[in-house]
Design a protein around this ligand. Structure first.
Ligand SMILES: NC(=O)c1ccc[n+]([C@@H]2O[C@H](COP(=O)([O-])OP(=O)(O)OC[C@H]3O[C@@H](n4cnc5c(N)ncnc54)[C@H](O)[C@@H]3O)[C@@H](O)[C@H]2O)c1
Ligand SMILES: [Zn+2]
Ligand SMILES: [Zn+2]
Length: 380
């Protein structure tokens, strides 16, 4: 926890027939990495972090049919077999086969988790991640997307996670032309959800965040309306922008590490909660009756006094979880290739991999108006 260092580790090698080794050209730090950094998702053993990465195939196992040495690929952050009960229905984050040690049906705090993810703790398979020079990608016949040379790393890197995550949120929210969409969190994931909402024909997109510089970014790159989450009239403002009803769709792109008051922190200690479900509560209030809430912000704890009454009274529809990157990466890629969307306008910092420790500090503590950091081993 709180201990990110840049170390020399053994280079990964092919372990299974369908593995590939990728030489990383670009890798990003995600809000999800901060949950490990902050100790909200525990990791005791050393692990190479990073689940947002792309690069060039350097070595292929004998069972790899889809890729060859030299291919340039973006890799989805969830590791999936592609053919089990869950994968075959598009629920790759729940893959039955990629987290043998800790997988299970219950969804407990420290076991019975979902499928494997790169660089995402021993709870999710203990796979080394891509904030490195090289990474081993298992199940390489499923997932990695070949990228043509005409597109730069920065243009396509976010296909690994955050753009399909914003896209998943909009799909789960069932956003349709004419809808109003309120998006809590204007970090990288919120910004991607804003883009995806426009691409699905939303009429009004409202971004909510406590940080003015992030709202400014949202206005500049995505032309959305913005409201500061600390505004005393937050709900009234949302209702007044949405015909008095509330938004058709509310998206939680914050998760359990939302800003909290001292009292809220004290309550969490008493109730043994990690972080808060405050933003999910705000979503339930901001969405209209019979509306839909999509939750991509990560939660890793139960929460007392959760306002389930509001969800029942308003007849809300909700969907949560890790994004369906494997399902949506092709659609998302097509948006980029055809020029319908630009993703790299959210990048504020490009740094050598050796500066990873500083980069985490900057992203976590919102220094230097940081929105999204891309680490490039090639700059070292
Ligand atoms: N479900 C998935 O597949 C998936 C994929 C990627 C990221 N995530 C999760 O999405 C969340 C956001 O990730 P990110 O990279 O954008 O992280 P981030 O930490 O940069 O962004 C979170 C934003 O929420 C804002 N915020 C804090 N309190 C708020 C409040 N009360 N109301 C509105 N906004 C508030 C912060 O100021 C910040 O701008 C994280 O929980 C991350 O783990 C989930
Ligand atoms: Zn991520
Ligand atoms: Zn599977």
């Amino acid at each position: 926890m709180g201990d990110i260092t840049v170390d020399t580790v053994d280079d990964p090698t092919i372990e299974q027939d369908d593995d590939v080794i990728i030489g990383i050209t670009s890798t990003a730090i995600c809000g999800s990495d901060l949950h490990i950094y902050d100790g909200f998702i525990p990791q005791l053993n050393d692990l190479v972090l990073g689940h947002e990465f792309m690069g060039v195939v350097e070595d292929v196992g004998p069972g790899v049919t889809r890729l060859k040495k030299g291919d340039r690929v973006v890799v989805p952050f969830t590791i999936a077999c592609g053919s089990c009960f869950f994968c075959s229905q598009g629920f790759h984050p729940n893959c039955l086969h990629t987290n043998p040690e800790k997988y299970g049906p219950r969804g407990n705090l420290l076991d019975n988790k979902g499928g494997g993810m790169f660089g995402y703790t021993d709870l999710y398979g203990g796979y080394n991640g891509g904030q490195a020079q090289y990474v081993r990608v298992p199940n390489a016949n499923i997932g990695p997307k070949i990228i043509p040379d005409g597109l730069s790393d920065d243009q396509v890197l976010f296909l690994t996670d955050i753009f399909p995550t914003g896209w998943s949120a909009v799909k789960w929210g069932k956003v349709k032309p004419g809808d109003s969409v309120v998006i809590f969190g204007s970090g990288p994931v919120g910004l991607m959800a804003q883009k995806a909402a426009w691409l699905h024909g939303a009429e009004r997109v409202i971004a909510v965040d406590p940080l003015e510089y992030r709202l400014e970014k949202a206005r500049t790159v995505n032309k959305v309306d913005t409201i500061n989450s600390e505004d005393d009239d937050l709900m009234e403002k949302i209702y007044s922008m949405t015909k008095g009803r509330g938004a058709d769709v509310a998206i939680d792109a914050v998760g359990m590490e939302a800003n909290r008051t001292f009292l809220e922190k004290a309550k969490a200690v008493i109730n043994a909660e990690k972080g808060t479900a405050k933003v999910l509560e705000l979503c339930a209030e901001a969405v209209r009756r019979s509306g839909t809430i999509a939750v991509v912000g990560v939660y890793g704890s139960p929460y007392d006094n959760f306002p389930i009454h509001r969800i029942f009274d308003k007849g809300l529809i909700m969907q949560f979880g890790q994004a369906q990157t494997h399902v949506y990466i092709d659609q998302c890629f097509e948006m980029v290739r055809s020029g319908k969307v630009v993703l790299d306008d959210i990048i504020t910092h490009r740094l050598p991999l050796s500066k990873a420790s500083d980069a985490y500090d900057m992203f976590k503590n919102k220094k230097d108006d940081c929105v999204k950091v891309v680490l490039k081993p090639g700059l070292d």
